[in-house]
Design a protein around this ligand. Structure first.
Ligand SMILES: Cc1cc2nc3c(=O)[nH]c(=O)nc-3n(C[C@H](O)[C@H](O)[C@H](O)COP(=O)(O)OP(=O)(O)OC[C@H]3O[C@@H](n4cnc5c(N)ncnc54)[C@H](O)[C@@H]3O)c2cc1C
Length: 1012
């Protein structure tokens, strides 16, 4: 099933009602208006095309681009190589990576390049230097200089040619307060220095005045996410305050120096935050203000109306740079991965149409006098049709051309800039400046955009489409072809070009088919905290949560009685229809879904998880129920083996008997539900003994199963101390199966106890046992450090490192070790430690004093023997929930044999180990008895392949965090000292809870068999 059908299936009537419908066709320009749009467009195209009828562009004339346009696979690998290029510090590394990328399966090499790949060292050297030169030259087309000062001569030349500028500072992702401070200083420097530097330039009436007065000469674009390491939608107030702290001095200086500041728009998750921040800044500081809004968002019309309403209401005059949006592929893929409704239009024409509707809304809000509040429109587009439609609107409203501005990107559509200037428009170029590494993300976005088959510039400049095609109305097609919103999601509407734009999307669907005869399985989408409705509902649930007061007072005698009840009931539950048992699970999932946020609230308060961690716990519990319900039904259907005439060979399964579930506190709902539901649905009767730290949420789980139809004899809840009652339970001779998740010590004890049968015992006990990990992440030389720092930080410190999958060793290849460590330390230092019930908290408390003591012991060992790279502390000793704090610690130069690099710690302690090269890193990573999770951050395809075959862990993660496995998508579990058993959330998991039986019948009677 494709992603598109999935959205449709999953859209509830309420969702559909909330979705922004396309406006009625009457909003589309018709007749005279279309004619005028065409006239304006033809004029602009004519001026841009000049005497020769072809638009020329330097961009596509590059050899690399020429090659990229000929073969999709080549383009994919080339762009990946370009992305990694700035981190390759020697010609050998460049050559190595290039060969690696270009020899990937399916890549068709252009003739010139194959020679370089196969040739001797001279040819190789030539190829490496040619490609390096080409990439630098491409980058220099889009990026004007390493900083504003080096770009100044270019800006002046531009100004003199009749084009204004907006300078943008390129940067790596901001992962720490220190980096945010450094960006603030760079912006301050820019706002302070640029006005003086440009003051001597000749005056230019067209560029410096709009229809109401002076327009600042210096225009600076700011990326808000660069000014805060915690611009996180989960905590809007915290995010806004943190960004505001650094923005305020910039905006005040801009006000004093007469500098225009534009807030760029980034990913959808930050959209509402950025708009809210913008409004608050405008209300508090009187600077020349602008913000970019994106027309590819389905919310575009509402965003436009909201901002215009605010401007009119507050009397503030602001500029909106209307753009289509630069992250279409990301938004599409990300929403699909999360199972969220896609925030962007699915078809390019819908984006174009939205752009025109938003233009109309902004033109309607253009202030007519200097004291009036409203919105001045700046068109950020290279699409002549989009521009012409706005100019037509301007004329219709009787506004002069100076009432709008046209903005285009540096290095793109230069001919159009000249044409627009000739048409008396104020043209501004968006000029990024910065170093190569941070510039790469920007460069790759531009390359993707320019080579996309949806690109207007490509159609106009490379494919040389006719004016009729280039100026087509986007509305006509939409009215004729698509229903509002949903219609555009049908597979028939997906053009080959769109498949080309995001080829991987179709493999991303989390639907797991063939696991039952009911609807396919989907992982439960986590809460989207960018959505105020979801965020507020969650906050209310956390606030009202009360943890059931459950005493762990069941005795060994209680346990024996429970086993008696379970044994007596086993034949009945075994005989129940598997479909009935499966229905109990799906009903339990439905109840959990309906009470999702309340369950999260209990977890947060009972075990100290932060918001997202608790939400993920609940989602996983729901997933286990849904997934195992689907797996269980076919498991009990007899299978015929072979097709021999006169012989009926069959195999089927039976439940094992009485199961004991012993669950941990770190996934108090998910793991407890996973083991319980697996045992129950396979017809075993179950006794659940939860961790002593989290009996409250486990008791709710048991209640939910009972409410869903699990008989009380089939599922008994037995909160008890592990050392006495737990130990007695696993030793009871009537127990057939023990499902355990927890520490190595207890796990091995259970395995040993289960292996010693009582004299009267009639069966061997089965143990499903998942234990710990000492998980490593390798950071390779060509790693994208933005991703590696955040991936390692999340893997090591989310939920305070109390996950068996958590990263506790990071092994870093020498060449990037110091830079990585510095960024990781600063990034971790910027995490907020505190009360886990607050949304902005990154790090909550640990589970209890005993655990804190153990973690502190390892911290002490690290302090004694290793370099302390980071030792954080927490002002409070305990969280309001009563749990103690242990703050993150990072130790560097750790000997791979040191206890903190060998023993499981289960807390926020990370050992950083230096490796000579990738092979050395792999060797160190494998040097552990645990084999649970592992990760690699690398942009070298052959190293990723090597990790697949040689990094011996149960769950390997490449270029992403190593925690957060999803049911059905990333079945979870290790080997070695990490566990015995097959993967939880995997297709084989339930097989451990049943026994196979086979039967062979001779169906031949006197030489006659039914099949003949
Ligand atoms: C001065 C300036 C500043 C900018 N600032 C920002 C900014 O702050 N934030 C930002 O996000 N972008 C920004 N951009 C980038 C801008 O979003 C892209 O340049 C723009 O997408 C290109 O649009 P176009 O009208 O020139 O080209 P067109 O070729 O007409 O449009 C291309 C755009 O259409 C959209 N699209 C492509 N395929 C599909 C599809 N299948 N379905 C729906 N839509 C699709 C995408 O947004 C794509 O980029 C800025 C651009 C300019 C010129």
């Amino acid at each position: 099933m494709s992603m598109f059908t999935r959205w449709r299936d999953k859209t509830t009537p309420a969702d559909a009602a909330k979705a922004t419908p396309n406006p009625p066709p009457s909003a589309a320009p018709t007749g005279q208006r279309e004619e005028r749009i065409r006239e304006i467009g033809v004029e602009m195209l004519g001026l841009a095309r000049g005497k020769s009828s072809l638009l020329s562009s330097k961009f596509w004339s590059d050899k690399l681009m020429d090659w990229a346009m000929q073969d999709h696979e080549f383009k994919v690998q080339l762009f990946r190589f370009v992305d990694a290029f700035p981190t390759l510090t020697t010609p050998e590394m460049v050559h190595d990576h290039l060969v690696d990328y270009l020899t990937q399966p399916g890549v068709k090499l252009p003739p010139g390049l194959s020679l370089g790949l196969k040739g001797g060292s001279l040819a190789k050297g030539l190829m490496t230097s040619t490609i390096s030169g080409q990439i630098k030259s491409m980058a220099s087309k889009f990026i004007a200089g390493t900083d504003a000062r080096s770009a100044l001569p270019g800006l002046e030349k531009l100004w003199k040619s009749g084009v204004a500028f907006s300078v943008d500072l390129l940067g790596e992702a901001c992962v720490s307060d220190a980096e945010a401070d450094s960006y603030r200083d760079k912006y301050l420097d820019l706002v302070g220095a640029l006005p003086g530097a440009v003051s001597a330039w000749p005056a230019n009436e067209r560029l410096e005045r709009d229809h109401l007065g002076a327009a600042p000469r210096v225009n600076i674009s700011v990326k808000i996410s660069a000014l805060s390491a915690r611009f996180n939608e989960i905590d809007p107030e915290g995010a806004i305050n943190d960004a505001m702290r650094r923005l305020r001095p910039i905006l005040e200086l801009a006000r004093d120096n007469g500098v225009f500041i534009n807030f760029d728009m980034e990913s959808h998750r930050h959209k509402d935050l950025t708009i809210e921040l913008f409004k608050r800044c405008c209300e508090q500081i009187d600077f020349s203000a602008g913000i970019a809004l994106q027309a590819y968002l389905r919310s575009g019309d509402d965003d436009a109306r909201d901002l215009c309403g605010w401007a009119k209401r507050t009397g503030r005059r602001v500029t909106v740079r209307l753009v289509k949006g630069a992250y279409w592929d990301y938004e599409t893929i990300h929403s699909e991965q999360e199972g969220w409704p896609c925030p962007v239009w699915a078809i390019k024409r819908e984006t174009d149409a939205c752009f025109e509707r938003m233009s109309e809304i902004f033109l309607g809000a253009t202030p007519r006098s200097s004291g009036e509040g409203g919105v001045t429109l700046a068109l950020g587009s290279h699409n002549v049709r989009s521009i012409a439609a706005a100019i037509e609107g301007l004329e219709r409203l009787g506004l002069p051309r100076s009432a709008i501005e046209l903005q285009m990107l540096h290095g793109m559509g230069d001919e159009l800039k000249t044409a627009a200037a000739k048409m008396d428009l104020r043209v501004r170029e968006y000029i990024p400046v910065g170093e190569m590494i941070p510039g790469m993300a920007y460069l790759v976005r531009r390359l993707l955009e320019n080579t996309s088959n949806e690109s207007w510039l490509k159609a106009g400049f490379l494919d040389n489409a006719s004016p009729d095609e280039l100026l087509q109305s986007p509305h006509v097609f939409m009215d004729a072809e698509s229903e509002p919103c949903e219609g555009s999601d049908t597979p028939a509407d997906i053009s080959p070009d769109r498949l080309d734009a995001a080829p991987e999307r179709h493999q991303l669907s989390p639907a797991i088919e063939g696991v039952g005869d009911s609807r396919p399985f989907y992982t439960e989408p986590m809460r989207d905290f960018a959505d105020a409705g979801q965020r507020n509902a969650f906050a209310a649930a956390v606030e009202r949560a009360t943890v059931p007061n459950i005493a762990n007072d069941s005795t060994p005698e209680d346990a024996a009685r429970a086993v008696g009840v379970a044994s007596d009931y086993f034949p009945t539950w075994r005989a129940a229809d598997p479909r009935h048992r499966a229905a109990v699970l799906t009903k339990a999932a439905a109840i959990m879904r309906a009470r999702r946020d309340d369950l999260s609230g209990v977890i947060i308060n009972e075990n100290g998880k932060t918001w997202r961690e608790a939400d993920a716990d609940v989602c996983e519990a729901i997933d286990f129920c849904e997934y195992y319900a689907r797996l269980a039904v076919p498991l009990f259907e007899p299978q015929r083996l072979g097709r021999f005439v006169g012989e009926l060979d069959q195999l089927w399964r039976q439940p094992r008997g009485v199961a004991v579930v012993i669950s941990p506190w770190n996934f108090p709902l998910a793991i407890c539900t996973g083991m319980t539901s697996a045992a129950l649905v396979t017809g075993n009767t179950v006794i659940v003994k939860p961790a002593e730290q989290t009996p409250g949420i486990a008791s709710i789980m048991a209640d939910i199963f009972h409410e869903a139809g699990a008989p009380r004899e089939a599922l008994q809840f037995l909160p008890a101390p592990g050392e006495t009652t737990g130990a007695a339970l696993v030793r009871d001779e009537r127990i057939a199966l023990i499902a355990f998740t927890g520490s190595k010590a207890v796990g091995l004890d259970i395995i040993q106890a289960a292996g010693m049968p009582h004299e009267s015992q009639t069966h061997v006990k089965k143990v499903v046992c998942e234990m710990g990990g000492k998980n490593a992440i390798i950071v390779d030389a060509s790693t994208d450090l933005d991703e590696a720092v955040l991936g390692v930080r999340a893997s090591a410190f989310n939920f305070q490192g109390q996950k068996c999958s958590a990263c506790s060793r990071v092994i870093v290849v020498e060449s990037c070790h110091d830079h990585f460590l510095k960024r990781l330390v600063e990034s971790t230092r910027s995490m907020v430690i505190g009360d886990q019930t607050q949304p902005g908290t990154d790090i909550g408390p640990v589970i209890d004093a005993e655990s804190a003591g153990k973690i502190n012991h390892y911290i002490e060992l690290g302090r004694n023997d290793c370099t302390v790279a980071l030792a954080m502390s927490c002002e409070q000793e305990r969280s309001p929930s009563g749990h103690p704090f242990v703050a993150p610690h990072i130790f560097a130069d750790v000997d791979p044999k040191h206890p903190i690099a060998q023993e499981e710690i289960f807390g926020p302690v990370l050992a950083v180990i230096r490796a000579k090269d990738f092979d050395d890193a792999l060797r160190i990573a494998n040097d552990s008895p645990y084999k649970l999770t592992g990760g690699v951050f690398s942009r070298k395809p052959s190293n990723l392949d090597k990790a697949r075959s040689e990094f011996r862990v149960g769950n390997l993660y490449l270029n992403r965090a190593i925690t957060g496995a999803l049911v059905g998508r990333q079945p979870f579990g290790g080997f070695g000292m990490s566990g015995v058993g097959s993967k939880a959330g995997g297709a084989e998991y339930l097989l451990q809870f049943v026994e196979p039986r086979a039967c062979a019948e001779n169906t031949m009677r006197r030489g006659f068999a039914p099949e003949l």
